[in-house]
Design a protein around this ligand. Structure first.
Ligand SMILES: Nc1ncnc2c1ncn2[C@@H]1O[C@H](COP(=O)(O)OP(=O)(O)OP(=O)(O)O)[C@@H](O)[C@H]1O
Ligand SMILES: [Mg+2]
Length: 353
């Protein structure tokens, strides 16, 4: 069963004065034509440098931001085409857990009030039933009942994140969207919160989309990984495919930052280029493949032709002119292109075979 499907979803922010250094009238393309599908119980990791559009994608999915274009289907229904009341009803099945639990939890309310609020807002159950549900949720996230009347500022970071998760679980979502859920926690607490999220998937079959800068975390928790660069998904595949045989030069460079201790494993990895230059701003997205100014393997057509997603293995897609790779030795070197052939030339040659 497909829990979520995004079909070419984009988000363009208009210019706001307080965003310094941008021309009046310029737009920020935070997310461009993102397509994704997630099955029940599946866990997707969303990775990419700062400013690549991960949080905006998360906010689009949970409805905190309106899409500028594209379709968002939740449980098979296009929420972008629904009346607001119906949309709210469908969107209950998708809940978000934020990076900073303290700023996302009302400091004036007790844990019990915070976790109960979604039940009250959705008019679910009697007062007694709601209280029972809150107790059950605290058990589920491993927070002792004695904290029910405590305010979030009196809790540790890990406890607060458990409150955030309990609140997100209150109305039985099918999908949790977690934006850097463990970034503010220290390592041992992080491990326990990740353990809890793993249990939620196994026991309740809750699908999860996890945004994280920590590739070690993603490797540990995700079934599939999507890599974003300047608002686009440039590569998507199973966790084994993305970590074992990253195809996009950006993914290869991003993942070269992970230390590989085992020499045998290191020897098997593809050669990993260094990433040069700073990430460009979403206000000035380069033409063609947006990664071309930083790409160690860029070719002339990369600056003019945008690569489309191409399947290179079952469940593994990449948007890069290097694929499908011209592995055949008969390919001539292009006259004006010392480092290979153009896409058109490649296609022609392969077509002739
Ligand atoms: N409300 C907004 N108005 C204008 N621009 C925005 C707004 N929100 C985000 N952006 C811009 O959209 C782009 C993507 O931002 P986003 O927060 O989604 O990135 P991110 O991948 O989550 O980054 P990080 O890893 O730093 O959290 C950035 O260039 C950001 O400056
Ligand atoms: Mg973010």
């Amino acid at each position: 069963m497909t829990v979520l499907r995004l079909d070419r979803v984009s988000k363009v922010f208009g210019i706001v004065q307080r965003w310094l250094g941008r021309r009046p009238g310029a737009e920020v393309r935070a997310v461009s034509e993102v397509s994704l599908a997630l099955d029940k119980g599946e866990r997707l990791g969303l990775v990419g440098e700062s400013g690549s559009g991960k949080t905006t994608t998360a906010r689009l999915i949970v409805g905190l931001t309106r899409a500028s274009a594209g379709r968002i289907e939740i449980g098979g229904r296009d929420v972008t085409a629904l009346a607001p009341a119906d949309e709210r009803h469908i969107r209950r099945t998708v809940q978000m857990v934020f990076q900073d639990p303290l700023s996302s939890l009302n400091p004036k309310k007790s844990v019990e009030q915070i976790v109960m609020l979604p039940l009250i807002a959705q008019k679910i159950g009697s007062a007694r039933e709601r209280l029972d549900r809150v107790k059950e949720l605290l058990d589920q996230v491993g927070l002792p009942q004695r904290y029910r009347h405590t305010r979030p500022d009196r809790l540790s970071g890990g406890q607060r994140q458990r409150v955030g998760i309990a609140r997100a679980l209150a109305i039985n979502p099918d999908l949790l969207v977690l934006d850097e859920p463990t970034a503010s926690l220290d390592v041992s607490v992080q491990a326990r919160v990740l353990g809890l999220l793993g249990e939620l998937q196994k026991k309740l079959g809750i699908a999860q989309i996890m945004v994280s800068h920590n590739l070690g975390v993603i490797r540990h928790v995700a079934d599939r990984v999507a890599v974003m660069y300047l608002g686009r998904i440039v590569e998507e595949g199973s966790t084994a495919q993305i970590f074992g045989s990253p195809a996009h030069p950006y993914t290869q460079a991003l993942f070269s930052a992970i230390p590989v201790i085992d020499p045998a494993e290191r020897a098997q990895l593809p050669e990993r280029p260094e990433l040069k230059g700073e990430v460009t701003s979403a206000a000035y997205i380069p033409s063609g493949c947006a990664f071309h100014p930083r790409c160690p393997r860029a070719r002339p057509d990369c600056s003019s032709v945008r690569p489309e997603p191409t399947a290179i293995a079952a469940g593994h897609t990449v948007s890069c002119h290097l694929y499908p790779l011209p592995t055949l030795p008969l390919l001539r070197r292009g006259r004006s292109e010392p480092d290979g052939v153009s896409r058109a030339e490649h296609d022609q040659t392969v077509g002739k075979k």
